[in-house]
Write a protein that binds this ligand. Structure first.
Ligand SMILES: [Ca+2]
Length: 355
């Protein structure tokens, strides 16, 4: 517990111990999940807002609701330093206080152990290391709606980081206006860096939750700059809209069927937001077969009998895209719940196998 509570004007000589407010919190391991920690703000006095750095690469974002309950997931056994930062009445960086506690996690979460690659691996990004590998990924930036009236501003890497062998894309709220730029997020592409024609693509990921979220794991034809969309072809390996929890979609877009007329299907996946799942596509010269977790759990198969450039632009290289959109023509059908932020999509790996 923080000692600041007992300070008086005369005894608190250090600059961070003004008696007007205190920084303090309690934490407890969740009763049902040994890898989840729940946080309670115990700061007192005249302060404006607070933020937790959970010590595991995740942050709470600034919270003006002083009763806000933090929660964070610690997949790996170990000790973590969690810190609460509290902003005082003058709302300056000088007028803040912090308080840190050591979080002890006693066991690894089995769901978080990465399966080893299978035989035939051509390429992968396992998201080891300390930062996003720019030999594989480029950040696409901007708040122009991305063709779907989306509301996020994609930043140049500020909303993506590597932690514990995972890529974490974080969607954050900037303001309450629910207009373009009211949120920040990331969109990462392998365009010009890692492109593939045919193969078995597998991505292991855990999805964000809440109304307004629209994460996607997909591919676009590498010739998009020459022939435009949808002539380039689009392979949506996994798409998810937060207002329809636990339903994941796989869709193909071509000149013969695109946007609302894309060719796709969906499947129920009860723990899409709580656990990692593997989203895959088997891409041959004949067909695209989408699956979840195992190759026999098929979401959708696309295989036009007679192939031409209108229905099969899938005979040339495509690149990967990982992104978390907010709002927009599909994700925003039921609006955006501003209470859900920040939200994360975690990606354990992107792997490509030969057929
Ligand atoms: Ca990994």
């Amino acid at each position: 517990m923080a000692i600041f509570t007992f300070c008086t004007l005369s005894s608190c000589s250090e600059k961070n111990e003004s008696p007007s407010y205190t920084a303090d919190f309690d934490w407890a391991i969740d009763s049902e999940n040994p890898n989840q920690v729940n946080f309670t703000n115990k700061s007192e006095g005249e302060y404006l807002y607070f933020e937790w750095d959970y010590g595991n690469g995740e942050e709470s974002g600034t919270q003006t609701d002083k009763t806000y309950q933090g929660t964070s997931f610690y997949p790996n056994k170990g000790q973590y330093s969690a810190t609460i930062k509290v902003w005082g009445p003058t709302n300056t960086n000088e007028d803040t206080k912090t308080y840190t506690e050591t979080i002890t996690i006693s066991e690894d979460d089995e769901d978080y152990i990465s399966p080893e690659p299978e035989e035939g691996l051509i390429w992968s990004d396992e998201f080891n290391g300390t930062s996003v590998d720019l030999a594989n990924w480029e950040f696409e930036t901007g708040a122009g709606g991305w063709g779907n009236q989306e509301l996020q501003n994609y930043t140049d890497g500020d909303n993506a980081h590597i932690s514990n062998g995972r890529l974490i894309i974080t969607a954050k709220k900037v303001d309450d206006n629910k207009t373009a730029g009211s949120y920040t997020s990331s969109r990462m592409v392998t365009k010009g860096l890692q492109e593939f024609t045919y193969g078995r693509m597998e991505i292991r990921a855990k999805l964000p939750e809440g109304t307004g979220m629209w994460p996607a794991i997909w591919m676009l034809g590498a010739n998009i700059s020459e022939v435009s969309w949808p002539a380039c072809g689009e392979i949506d390996i996994m798409e998810y809209v937060g207002y329809q929890p636990n339903i994941v979609h796989s869709t193909v877009h071509t000149p013969s069927g695109y946007a609302g007329n894309g060719n796709g299907n969906k499947i129920t996946l009860d723990t899409a937001e709580e656990e990692f799942h593997t989203y895959g596509v088997i891409w041959t010269e004949e067909s695209l077969t989408f699956y979840v977790d195992t190759q026999d759990n098929v979401v959708h198969t696309y295989a036009p009998a007679v192939k031409n450039s209108n229905n099969w632009p899938f005979n040339k290289p495509h690149f990967f895209i990982l992104n978390v959109a907010v709002g927009g023509s599909w994700g925003g059908v039921n609006g955006v719940d501003n209470s859900i932020f920040p939200q994360t999509m975690e990606v354990d790996y992107v792997r490509v196998y030969e057929l």
